[in-house]
Write a protein that binds this ligand. Structure first.
Ligand SMILES: *Cc1c(COP(=O)(O)O)cnc(C)c1O
Length: 384
């Protein structure tokens, strides 16, 4: 309310602020069962790897249509530990996208492996299978394919390349839990999938959390081992590894939320449809809207438009109290952290151009038709 008043006094009117997402709204709707879940854990007095985590692992495995699910401390850890379980060693090359949140790059590099950043397809924003095919000459061991913004990538083409070149496929499902590719849940199609329960994700905890899903018994067993100091029995330690575990509290909270995920994703799709219709009707020049693909369901973790006039659009939205964000400003191959790999500007042109043009509009299940119309009206008024 205070923010509201500030805007009012400054501009002489009272536009309701629209933030990129609204976590408190979701909490209010589930306040009672979440409070009960937290109290259940506190009264039991077991906080790491207990019955809540075990039950949640089974529920996620059923939801993602995989045989196994293993809770870990974050989505980044899910990527790193899954790679390790796949047998990726220091010095091995792993192909991934040049345009994503930083985690695939850091997960690969944290193992001492070498990320090979490939360019994206400018429409789906996912790695371009043709470019992957070209990169396979350097003997990589695995590929991390990111379902960016909630849209499943072209898993059919990627798996075909992986089969020929004997690569493991790790799906980064951090932004896409619940999405389907040819009727199958993402995470169940590749050798393994990594989920993130970071609070802003479509299924968000109240802290960090992640999970590896897989149908491969060996990968599952190895992830269980390396999330717990390389120990099966907490007495003997077979390999040196780290601690990376999902909390009982977070698992208990996520168990309350999981049954709502499909409805939330359906609401996101309805909002995307509404954005699409209103933005199309507004006939804004030089605006690219998110595309859909046959037999792939998008879960719109983010609703991302692109324009050469991004700065003007973002400024106009900001003046109207609407916060739009850029995911991601810097493509991975040009990040300072990877300078030693020697990638040059211009070497991944589609990723670099996307980084300059993408803009995420507010997107969350509780968004209303009125809010979407207000956002679209502001964009329609921007004259480049
Ligand atoms: C959020 C995210 C992750 C994992 O992030 P954590 O914060 O470690 O849970 C991984 N990949 C992508 C693409 C993401 O958006």
């Amino acid at each position: 309310m205070r923010r509201h008043t500030v805007i009012k006094s400054r501009q002489g009117r009272s536009p309701q602020q629209i933030l990129p997402l609204n976590l408190v709204g979701q909490y209010r709707a589930l306040q009672r069962p979440i409070t009960a879940a937290i109290q259940r854990v506190l009264n039991r007095g077991q906080f790491i790897l207990g019955p809540e985590v075990e039950a949640f692992e089974q529920e996620v495995a059923a939801y993602c249509e995989t045989k196994y699910a293993i809770g870990v401390a974050s989505g980044t850890d899910a990527l790193e530990l899954a790679l390790r379980a796949m047998g990726i060693d220091p010095g091995d090359e792993v192909i991934t996208t040049a345009f994503s949140f930083f985690a695939p790059g850091s997960a690969i590099a944290s193992l001492g492996a070498v990320p090979v950043f490939v360019d994206i397809d400018p429409v789906s924003y996912a790695i371009d299978p043709q470019v992957v095919e070209a990169a396979v000459t350097s003997r990589p061991k695995a590929i991390i394919s990111v379902h960016l913004y909630g849209l499943p990538c072209d898993l059919g083409a990627i798996r075909a390349i992986a089969r020929r070149a004997k690569l493991k496929v790790l799906e980064d499902c951090a932004q896409a839990i619940g999405a389907t590719y040819q009727g199958r849940r993402v995470g169940s199609v590749g050798d393994a999938g990594a989920l993130s329960f970071y609070p802003t994700k479509n299924l968000g905890a109240y802290g960090d959390g992640g999970m590896v899903v897989t149908n491969d018994a060996r990968i599952a067993e190895q992830v269980r081992l390396v999330r717990l100091q390389g120990s099966r029995d907490r007495v003997h330690h077979e390999v040196v590894s780290r601690n990376s575990r999902l909390d009982e509290l977070q698992a208990a909270i996520l168990r309350v939320k999981l049954p709502h995920l499909d409805a939330w994703n359906t609401a996101r799709r309805a909002h995307a449809q509404r954005y699409h219709e209103a933005l199309t009707k507004a006939q804004v020049s030089d605006l690219m809207l998110p595309q859909t693909f046959p037999r792939r369901t998008h879960v719109y973790h983010l609703y991302v438009i692109r324009s050469r006039h991004r700065a003007a659009i973002r400024d106009a939205l900001s003046r109207a109290g609407i916060v739009a964000q850029v995911h991601y400003e810097v493509p991975l191959h040009l990040e300072r952290a990877f300078a030693a790999l020697g990638y040059r500007p211009g070497s991944r042109p589609h990723a670099e151009r996307a980084a300059q043009e993408v803009l995420a509009l507010p997107m969350y299940p509780e968004l209303t038709a009125q809010m979407i119309q207000r956002i679209v009206d502001v964009i329609a008024d921007v004259s480049p």
